[in-house]
Design a protein around this ligand. Sequence first.
Ligand SMILES: Cc1cc2nc3c(=O)[nH]c(=O)nc-3n(C[C@H](O)[C@H](O)[C@H](O)COP(=O)(O)O)c2cc1C
Length: 148
Amino acid sequence: MSKLAVVYLSTQGSTRMMAEAIAEGAREKHIEVRVDNFYEWDPKDAATYDGIAVGSSTFYYKMLEPISKFLDQLIAEGVEGKIGAAFGSYGWSGEAPIMIAERMRESGMKVIDPVLRVQYVPNEKDLKECLRLGKDIAINIKKMTKKT
Ligand SMILES: Cc1cc2nc3c(=O)[nH]c(=O)nc-3n(C[C@H](O)[C@H](O)[C@H](O)COP(=O)(O)O)c2cc1C
């Protein structure tokens, strides 16, 4: 079965809400999903998934340092050709998801649009977008795993 890893770091729960909605959307398309805070993940394990969505809120105009390290470790395991997605809550500048997507692309992942950013706490409309992204990720993972 195709598998999606959703990894996030969230200080007050907004990025976490996005992560849970993305996971729910992907599950609706019948793929196996594991969603957890980054510290519950071993990057080696996450790298075995067909798709990897990474989320971080923006702090001081970048992603949070622990998730940046996690991303480095993940990429070092080899993620070329896998499906990627980036998301996160922000307050006023919102660089983190863009930076995550950039690093994913540089490492050869196929990043699904949109790179999803939500200002502060997600509302119902925002969560619908997260759900939609989860579905799109799942559809792309299924397409990819069919080919190989
Ligand atoms: C100390 C601090 C620094 C922050 N720096 C930024 C920033 O540079 N750019 C931005 O867009 N938001 C910034 N924010 C806002 C957070 O990204 C925002 O509150 C977000 O909703 C937190 O999401 P989370 O609960 O998933 O961590 C900052 C917040 C704090 C407390």
